[in-house]
Ligand binder design. Structure first.
Ligand SMILES: NC(=O)C1=CN([C@@H]2O[C@H](COP(=O)(O)OP(=O)(O)OC[C@H]3O[C@@H](n4cnc5c(N)ncnc54)[C@H](OP(=O)(O)O)[C@@H]3O)[C@@H](O)[C@H]2O)C=CC1
Ligand SMILES: CC(C)(CO)C(=O)C(=O)O
Length: 350
């Protein structure tokens, strides 16, 4: 088990705004390397972290445990005023409110990284924070709360963010803490490539089974392939490139997803290297009765189609089904979901 390097209050202060799964993992990982971290969150997680230590683990056997002090976890958003770097880790539906809060307290020029899924969160923050240096960020891996206060990073990948001079000074610290952060000039491609993977979130949520079980079922994989093919085609029309985020180039992912189970298991073994209990963040939202991010994921594809005067029937139907599920809790077996999406596609093409 890793011991925390003693935290130096003179070192730059990193504030994690929205301490949930991603925020607690990233915050804990930074604390493990001695970073000066303040996590701002809500009472729900605050109660958990009073009763239980914060434990962060990863799939490569990293393990760190600490009891957060009242300075390290707070519900007081004003604490963001002392930040030298802010990592925004709220869900997309909470971005506007977070931005309005940050705008009241942030020092001018503070770098802010949106570590959120979707395409538009950084832009939303930027609109409300004209004096901050807002950068889009991307977190490719899954974080699951295995037990109260224990956050586990279950799949491979490293953080990426939009290149900005203000971030350079933080790179060695992130590296030291086992959270390498790569700065990129092609963040639009990075975000859309991550979105292609997140198209599985609604399918996983509607399946009501863990990611491993869902991705082992060809019908669900064909649903994902249909949503990805539709998105890749629109991205092609819009001139948006993909980057490689998995062992398989992004344009081939739908082909691999459609393979029979026996062949998929052989060719995509790294994609199936997922913690057996891991689920998508959208499933967690449905379970907790919170609004989901579907409008920021599949909804982005529908909006892209509209700007191109085209349609996105598969992603539109998935968006509708998740909104229905938010109310009815109806869950979908793989063959029924596939039939539903194929019907939507046929209707749009007729
Ligand atoms: N979980 C995962 O594996 C991954 C998630 N992501 C993305 O990362 C982002 C965060 O996801 P995740 O960590 O799962 O989400 P969580 O819901 O677990 O965490 C977000 C936290 O922010 C809190 N919060 C919301 N608004 C505020 C506010 N104004 N002030 C303080 N705290 C606030 C929420 O509290 P409350 O709910 O009590 O309101 C919640 O605890 C999302 O965009 C997600 O898509 C990306 C990769 C992987
Ligand atoms: C890591 C991944 C793709 C897992 O589904 C995710 O981003 C999420 O759950 O939101």
């Amino acid at each position: 088990m890793v011991q925390a390097t003693s935290s130096r209050s003179s070192s730059p202060r990193i504030v994690v705004f929205g301490a949930g799964s991603v925020g607690c993992y990233v915050g804990g990982r930074l604390i493990s390397g001695g970073a000066n971290v303040v996590m701002i969150g809500r009472a729900r997680i605050g109660q958990t972290l009073k009763k239980h230590p914060l434990v962060v683990t990863d799939y490569q056997s990293f393990e760190f445990q600490t009891q957060l002090t009242p300075e390290q976890f707070t519900e007081d958003p004003a604490q963001v005023a002392e930040a030298d770097l802010v990592l925004v880790t709220v869900k997309s539906a909470a971005t506007t409110e977070a931005a309005l809060t940050l705008a009241r307290h942030l020092k001018p020029g503070t770098p802010v990284i949106s570590l959120q899924n979707g395409i538009s969160n950084a832009e939303e923050l930027r609109q409300h924070l004209p004096n901050a240096r807002v950068c889009a960020g991307m977190i490719p891996f899954n974080v699951v709360q295995k037990s109260p206060g224990h956050f586990h990073h279950g799949t491979e990948g490293h953080l990426m963010a939009e290149r900005d001079d203000s971030l350079d000074a933080f790179l060695p610290l992130f590296e030291l803490c086992g959270l390498p952060l790569e700065l990129r000039d092609d963040m639009k491609s990075v975000m859309w490539s991550k979105l292609l993977l997140n198209l599985n979130n609604p399918i996983n949520a509607l399946s009501n089974v863990p990611l491993l079980e869902e991705l082992s079922d060809r019908s669900y994989r064909r649903c994902l392939a249909a949503a990805q093919r539709e998105t890749l085609s629109l991205m092609g029309h819009a001139g948006i490139d993909t980057i490689k985020l998995t062992a398989i180039p992004m344009r081939l992912v739908p082909v691999v997803m459609s393979l029979p189970d026996w062949l998929f298991k052989r060719l995509a073994s790294r994609m199936l290297a997922i913690d057996p209990i891991a689920r998508s963040s959208m499933w967690e939202d449905l379970e907790a009765g919170r609004p989901t991010e579907v409008d920021w994921i599949n909804g982005e594809v529908v909006r892209l189609a509209e700007t191109l005067n085209k349609s996105a029937p598969v992603n539109r139907r998935l968006t509708e089904l998740v909104h229905e599920c938010e109310k009815t809790r109806r869950r979908w077996p793989g063959d029924e979901l596939l039939a539903e999406l194929r019907a939507a596609l046929r209707k749009a093409n007729s």
